[in-house]
Design a protein around this ligand. Sequence first.
Ligand code: ADP
Length: 215
Amino acid sequence: MVKIIELNERQERILEIVKNHGPITGESIAELLQVTRAALRPDLAVLTMSGYLEAKPRVGYTYKADGASNEIKKILNQYRVKDIMSMAVVVKEKCSIYDAIVTLFLEDTGTIFVVDKKNNLVGIVSRKDLLKTTLGKVDIHQMPVSVIMTRMPNIITAAGDDTVVEAVKKIVEHEVDALPVVRRFIGQPGEDNLEVVGRITKTNITRLFLDLAFK
Ligand code: ADP
């Protein structure tokens, strides 16, 4: 696990100095802080390694305005979907809408994936899809989820090796709560199958956000 770099008081002061006086040499920074050049070495190393400062030979240190945001990007891009995903909650195509609603409560999830006999993804139903059917006059004990589900190829999916950032982008752009995590494999000629291996939801992402905040 990576750590977000928290700057100590002296490092914050060095940043201020370089922001206002850069390019500036290590000696001059040491003079302003009234410490020896050697004492500053570890702090300057942290600041250059984490991208806040750039060290140019014979010129000195300059401030990189996007250093902190680069650091955040670097940290976020290290997380893969497979690191934070949950188990997928799946039902078969013939499952009734009633049973799908029961599954939603029992499994404490908001989205259910619909799979065929081989566990290949064929559809997805959200809580509002299910809620909508209960407003009409359909017999939810008889009607299968396959009638109301969003079908392939209209399902937005993620792969385990995708970065979490890529998954978040899809969730935001397509305005959905969850993505099935799939493994693509070629079956019969011309068949492109997606085996469901997990799910990534807004909850997983919120949890990661909190974990990072307390690192
Ligand atoms: P809800 O509408 O219950 O708040 P969503 O916003 O996730 O939940 O779903 C909105 C619509 O998009 C629903 O009709 C659902 O079937 C569909 N949907 C949900 N997830 C996906 C997905 N990953 N890919 C494509 N469609 C989806």
